[in-house]
Each structure stands twice: as structure tokens, then as C-alpha cells.
Design a protein. Structure first.
Lengths: 146, 84
């Protein structure tokens, strides 16, 4: 499975950035418009993006000012990334008076698989993730499940 | 990407039932990530790479622009804190 890595250098302390990751009112200052989040392991993550796309998942790991990990997907019917099917890890790395923010979105469908058979094996790991995720959870079944 | 019948695909997942695999293929097909072709009574599937590439491009842009907005609001907040 594929992952996407993005980094950005921010002229702010990890403490300042942390509030924008974990406080709903601050989060919507840069991401989404409506946030219902409970940043502790097992807590809900629901953020409405662009006014119409409901993203949803669950917090996995929360280490104040250092690291937040949550599952992520969209509730839209038939979306290739259903709620809980992928994982986002955001880590904060202080460097002098700046902070490097690293975002890793993992568990994504592969787009660069080869033609010789393991293509399917790689690609279909996603299906296994979905199947494993079929256990009832707090965030399932309200939209994206088929 | 080679075309495969659903039974081949199911063989990759010993612990997953055939019907679950069929359901998931239907979801991927509805999402446009998998193309289904009928050959007699068989259904053959292949992954649609163009759609997966589009999805990847969407996410690249989604997180890149998101982090840029995070930088802007966090730097503004930091400047406000330092003024006080």
C-alpha cells in the first residue's frame, strides 16, 4: 500500500501548532468548516471539508505537542477511502525557533503497481483492511459503508 | 494491470469470504477504481490506474494546501503571542 508524505516548516512553537491540531475551533481555521473531535485514543474524528465532504475516523495515538495519529476516510457512499480505512500521522519536530510538521497519510490505494501479478496482491490489501474494519465501530455505517 | 477473475483475487485473502470480496469489488467498481468486464459467465476485474492517479493527485493537493493554511494560521498566532 502506498503512503503520502508532506512536510512544511512553520515559524511557530510546537505548543502553538498543537492547538491548531487538537482544538476544534482552531482546527477549522485551516482545515474544514465543522470539526467534531475528541483527541484521545478511541476518540472521534469528524471534520466536514469544503462544506460537503464528511471525513471521519478515530484517534489512535495522541502525544501532546509531539504526535497525533488518527484513522481517516470519507463517508460518501462508495468512496475509495471509506472512514477508518487509512491512517494519518502528524508529528512536530522543533528545529531552533521553527517547527517542522510532517504528515504521513498511509494505507492508500497503490497507483504504481506492476503488471506482473503482484499488482493485485498489493492493491487488494486495501480490501483486507476494509474487511477487517467491518466490525461495528463508533463511526461506521452512517454513510460510506456499502 | 492484468485482468483477474474474482476467484483469483479471493485466493489472495484466505481469511475473507468470497461474498465479502465480491462486495468490496462492487464498492471499488462504483468508486471507479476497478473496471469489470464480462467474459461469458465470468466477471474479470482490473484496476483503473488513471482513477487511482487522480485520487493521489487530489490527496497531494488536499494536504499540501492544508499544511500551507496551517502554517499561515500558526505563524499568525505565534506573532500575536510574542507581541503580548
Amino acid at each position: 500500500m502506498a503512503e503520502l508524505v508532506r512536510e512544511i516548516m512553520i515559524e511557530a512553537t510546537p505548543e502553538t501548532i498543537w492547538s491548531f491540531l487538537t482544538e476544534p475551533d482552531s482546527l477549522v481555521g485551516w482545515h474544514g468548516t465543522v470539526a467534531e473531535i475528541d483527541p484521545r485514543p478511541g476518540g472521534i474524528y469528524r471534520v466536514l471539508v469544503a462544506g460537503q465532504f464528511q471525513s471521519a475516523g478515530e484517534y489512535v495515538e495522541v502525544v501532546p505537542t509531539e504526535k497525533v495519529v488518527f484513522t481517516f476516510g470519507w463517508e460518501e457512499e462508495g468512496h475509495p477511502i471509506p472512514p477508518g480505512s487509512t491512517t494519518i500521522e502528524i508529528t512536530l519536530h522543533p528545529e531552533g525557533d521553527k517547527t517542522r510538521v510532517r504528515l504521513v497519510h498511509s494505507g492508500l490505494p497503490d497507483d504504481a503497481v506492476d503488471d506482473h501479478g503482484h499488482g493485485w496482491a498489493l492493491y487488494l490489501e486495501r480490501l483486507a483492511v476494509r474487511v477487517a474494519g467491518d466490525d461495528p465501530g463508533p463511526d461506521r455505517g452512517s454513510g460510506g459503508e456499502a | 494491470m492484468r485482468e483477474r477473475p474474482a476467484t483469483d483475487i479471493a485466493d489472495h485473502f484466505a481469511e475473507v469470504t468470497r461474498s465479502a470480496i465480491s462486495q468490496h469489488l462492487a464498492v471499488l467498481k462504483a468508486a471507479g477504481l476497478v473496471i469489470e468486464r464480462r467474459d461469458g459467465t465470468r466477471r474479470l476485474y482490473r484496476a483503473d490506474r488513471d482513477e487511482m492517479k487522480k485520487l493521489r493527485e487530489f490527496l497531494d493537493e488536499f494536504w499540501t494546501s492544508g499544511l500551507e493554511r496551517l502554517r499561515d494560521v500558526a505563524e499568525a498566532a505565534q506573532r500575536d503571542k510574542e507581541k503580548r
